[in-house]
Design a binder for this molecule. Structure first.
Ligand code: PMV
Length: 314
């Protein structure tokens, strides 16, 4: 009798921070959404000998993989330990459409897909709690101290409202609108921008704190707009958040150009998303036609890639 699935497949998707980046570090609320337009598929097949992988970044023995794949190594290691299996005897094909280092959760999504493929291979049940625990352990080994948000968003289907040290609150988002996401083509600079906001906060604590509280209040208003299914109000919150983020120095000329292009093309709102000074920006569109016009304007203004994501009203 066969006791393993061969091949076995695991998947996960991207995430987007809708509101509250940076201010969330200081205890203010934030909202993130799953972003299934980009995803990872891990396909595991049995073979003899050491583990081999095939991906866009590296093909060969897992042991020889570069540091950029530390998350994958860590995910395999912690999962085999949890399953009580030797880390050998398979080939793993990783296919990802999530651009790395853009704040879309690429690393956590790779880990989640790999973990799911290993559990599927050994026919073992994997509940959400165990998946989140394993993704967070592998993210900690690979990168340090994850907030847990990327693990949650890349493996779940429902947006969340969250605050530091509080449990994630599901925030169902279903409105008649579209999110247009654009990649600047530049790596996000989360580490630098978080450090610079902290310096601003130390040097100009009153002013910086005011901006941070304002960003928190905008995330709160965005939550109400989502609950009331009001895209116009949500768009207003996004516009205002972008100008506060500019004041915090976490935007750059490219992001500002894309935000301006989206608004000029009719977006209800637009802002950077994630750490900033690169990475991605988002815009809100009233309908699909508007979303297509905005996406075209963003590409014309220099976006490397754009995606249109329905917020579920159609
Ligand atoms: O760039 P991302 O998606 O990893 O998001 C960073 C979000 C920040 O609020 C800037 C930092 C943080 O740890 O919350």
């Amino acid at each position: 009798m066969k006791t393993v699935s061969n091949p076995a497949v695991g998947t996960a998707h991207g995430k987007i921070i809708l509101m509250g980046e940076h201010s969330v570090v200081y205890g203010e609320p934030a909202i993130a959404v799953p972003f299934p337009s980009v995803s990872v598929v891990a396909t595991l097949t049995e073979k003899s000998g050491s583990i081999t992988i095939e991906s866009d970044y590296f093909t060969g023995e897992l042991d020889q993989a570069p540091h950029s794949l530390d998350n994958l190594k860590a995910a395999v290691q912690v999962t085999c330990e949890a399953l009580g299996q030797f880390a050998s005897g398979f080939h793993m094909h990783i296919q990802s459409t999530i651009p790395p280092e853009r704040g879309m959760g690429s690393s956590a999504a790779v880990a989640a897909a790999v973990i799911r493929s290993l559990y599927a291979h050994f026919h073992r049940d994997l509940d959400r709690e165990q998946l989140l625990r394993l993704v967070n352990v592998s993210e900690t080994i690979a990168h340090g101290n994850p907030s847990g948000l990327d693990a949650w968003m890349t493996s779940g289907e429902i947006p969340v409202y969250f605050q530091k040290e509080k449990p994630f609150e599901p925030l169902p988002l279903q409105m008649n609108a579209y999110l247009v996401v654009a990649d600047t083509g530049q790596k996000g600079q989360t580490k630098d921008t978080v450090r610079d906001v902290s310096r601003l906060e130390q040097l100009y604590s009153e002013e910086a704190r005011r901006i941070i509280r304002r960003l928190g209040a905008l995330a709160e208003q965005a939550k109400v707009a989502i609950q009331e299914k009001n895209p116009v109000q949500l768009g207003e919150c996004m516009k205002k958040a972008h100008s506060q983020l500019m004041t915090l120095t976490v935007s750059n000329a490219h992001l500002d150009r894309l935000v301006a292009a989206a608004l000029y093309a009719g977006a209800l709102g637009a802002k950077l998303t994630g750490g900033g000074r690169g990475g991605c920006m988002i815009a809100l569109a009233a309908d699909r036609m508007a979303a297509e016009k905005i996406a075209a304007a963003l590409e014309h203004a220099g976006a490397e890639q754009t995606w249109i994501h329905s917020l579920g009203g159609d």
